[in-house]
Every structure is written in structure tokens, then in C-alpha cells.
Write a protein that binds this ligand. Structure first.
Ligand SMILES: NC(=O)c1ccc[n+]([C@@H]2O[C@H](COP(=O)([O-])OP(=O)(O)OC[C@H]3O[C@@H](n4cnc5c(N)ncnc54)[C@H](OP(=O)(O)O)[C@@H]3O)[C@@H](O)[C@H]2O)c1
Length: 251
């Protein structure tokens, strides 16, 4: 079994390195000269490719998935952000070919926890009343999309509880920062701050590998699967495997 990564930027490179580090063959492809990947070229050098990871650019995702399907691949991890306009078309192509994809604006495990904490904090703050939300994100200067996919996802999770819109996200593009997100819940007397800081891209790569393993573990429902499903299954498996906590001594 082998993986092709479409996208030769920092994320694709980190995922390739993580796959190779655990002894798996992986091939990385950059932007095709013709503008579109030829399905025959996707499997010619790696005939046993069973997963395609997209880590390219928003506008390339739909064409990349179509090329992967035409090449016979039925498992995808879509790490690229900013392709919401093509989401319905991607889902439809996958369902039409009985293929499944794990999708996430942020594949890091810490981010999965962070998103849930923000959702819960927003719900609690809304119930108490008087809190106003804010989102700040900081990434390296060259990052293509703004605000980040993670910031959009934060807004999506806060908005049912407290008023906030994507246009209100404060965006910083500077230096080499791989990803910082700061959520504030401000009231007249105090401020709650929840912060997620990526130190490097290894967390994203580890999440991509977890998504690949989840897809390989058993046949999945055709269509798109949020990374949260992968995380839920992982948490359930780890809790199940954890030893029973020792009995409390009698009083
Ligand atoms: N889900 C997550 O956890 C996560 C984490 C970090 C980043 N991301 C997202 O993942 C994507 C990639 O991140 P990055 O930092 O590596 O971005 P990047 O620096 O923009 O790199 C993307 C690379 O993909 C190439 N590319 C463009 N079209 C392609 C195609 N059709 N097939 C293959 N490669 C193609 C680009 O080439 P050109 O320069 O010629 O366009 C570029 O070299 C971005 O959307 C980013 O926001 C997601």
C-alpha cells in the first residue's frame, strides 16, 4: 500500500516525511504542468496507491479528487483549506464512485480538542450572558488563504452560541508561524482566552496518518467524513484499551 500526496508545499512535505518515517512508501506531486493531473500518471509509478492526500490549493481540490477517482483511488484525505465552494461537487463525485474522504481544516489532535473546548466555552458563556467572542489567527506570511480554515471552523462553532462572523476574524501574516489561533470571550469584568499554537507541522502530519489509518481500517460510507469522526474513534479505542483505574481503598 502506498500514498500519493498532491501538494509539495510545507504541509505535503511534512506528511510525506511522516509516512516515510513509519516505513511506508509515499510519493509527492506538485502542480501539474498541464494544470490538471493525468490519472494515468498518478498510478503509473505507484500501481498500489490506495490513498491520495490533498495538500495543494483550494482551487485544485475538485480536479485532484476527480483525477484520483479516475486513477482508481477510493480513499482520500483532504487537508487543503478554502474549497467550501466545491464541497458539494467533491462530495457528489465521491459518492458517485463509492469513495470516502476525511476532511479537516486542521488535522492536529490538539486542534480537535481545542475546537471542542471553544464550542463548549461558547455555549457556557452564552448561557451565563454578557460575553463577546473574538478570533485572532497568525500564520507565516506566505500562507495563501485568509482567514485560515481553522479560524473559519472556530467561527462556525462559536456562531450558534454567540454573535460572530468570518469577516470579524483578525488575521496576522508574518514570519514563519505555522499556526496560532486565539479565541477570546470578553465580558465587562473578565476575559477568557483559549489559545492553540502549532510548534511545527508534525501535528498536522500525525493527524493525516491517523485519517489514512481510519480509512484503511474498514470500508467507510461513501462521501465526506469530518476529522472529528476519526478523533472520536481514536478516543474510544484508547479509552477502551486503558487499564481499569485502581479501586479506591475503603474508608
Ligand atoms: N488540514 C490541516 O491540518 C492543514 C494544516 C496546514 C495547512 N493546511 C492547508 O493545506 C494546504 C497546503 O498547505 P501548505 O502550507 O503546504 O500550502 P502551500 O505552501 O500553498 O503549498 C501548496 C503546494 O501545492 C502546489 N499545488 C498547486 N496545485 C497543485 C495540484 N493540482 N497538485 C499538486 N500540487 C499543487 C502548490 O504549487 P504552486 O505554488 O505552483 O501553486 C504549492 O507548492 C493549504 O490549503 C493550507 O491552508 C491544512
Amino acid at each position: 500500500m502506498s500514498t500519493i500526496i498532491l501538494g509539495d508545499g510545507p504541509l505535503g512535505t511534512a506528511i510525506e516525511a511522516a509516512l516515510r518515517a513509519r516505513g511506508e512508501p509515499a510519493t509527492i506531486r506538485g502542480r501539474p504542468r498541464s494544470g490538471r493531473h493525468d490519472p494515468r500518471n498518478l498510478t503509473r509509478t505507484e500501481p498500489t496507491v490506495d490513498v491520495i492526500v490533498d495538500a495543494s490549493r483550494a482551487e485544485a481540490v475538485l480536479a485532484n479528487v476527480e483525477a484520483g477517482l479516475a486513477a482508481g483511488c477510493r480513499r482520500f484525505v483532504i487537508a487543503t483549506t478554502g474549497w467550501a465552494d466545491d464541497r458539494a461537487a467533491v462530495a457528489s463525485r465521491l459518492r458517485g464512485s463509492a469513495a470516502a474522504a476525511v476532511v479537516a481544516p486542521n488535522l492536529a489532535m490538539g486542534a480537535a480538542v481545542f475546537l471542542r473546548l471553544v464550542e463548549e466555552a461558547s455555549s457556557l458563556a452564552a448561557a451565563i450572558g454578557g460575553f463577546d467572542p473574538s478570533v485572532v489567527e497568525w500564520h507565516r506570511r506566505a500562507k495563501a488563504d485568509r482567514p485560515s480554515g481553522t479560524a473559519r471552523e472556530l467561527v462556525r462553532r462559536i456562531a450558534p452560541h454567540l454573535p460572530i462572523a468570518v469577516v470579524e476574524v483578525a488575521v496576522v501574516r508574518s514570519g514563519a508561524m505555522p499556526g496560532l489561533h486565539l479565541v477570546g470571550l470578553d465580558s465587562p469584568s473578565e476575559t477568557i482566552e483559549l489559545r492553540l499554537t502549532a510548534r511545527d507541522r508534525s501535528g498536522y502530519a500525525a493527524g493525516a496518518l491517523a485519517a489514512i489509518d481510519w480509512l484503511r481500517a474498514q470500508p467507510r460510507q461513501p462521501g465526506l467524513h469530518p476529522f472529528d469522526t476519526v478523533v472520536d474513534d481514536l478516543i474510544a479505542a484508547r479509552r477502551h484499551a486503558a487499564p481499569e483505574s485502581p479501586a479506591q481503598p475503603a474508608a
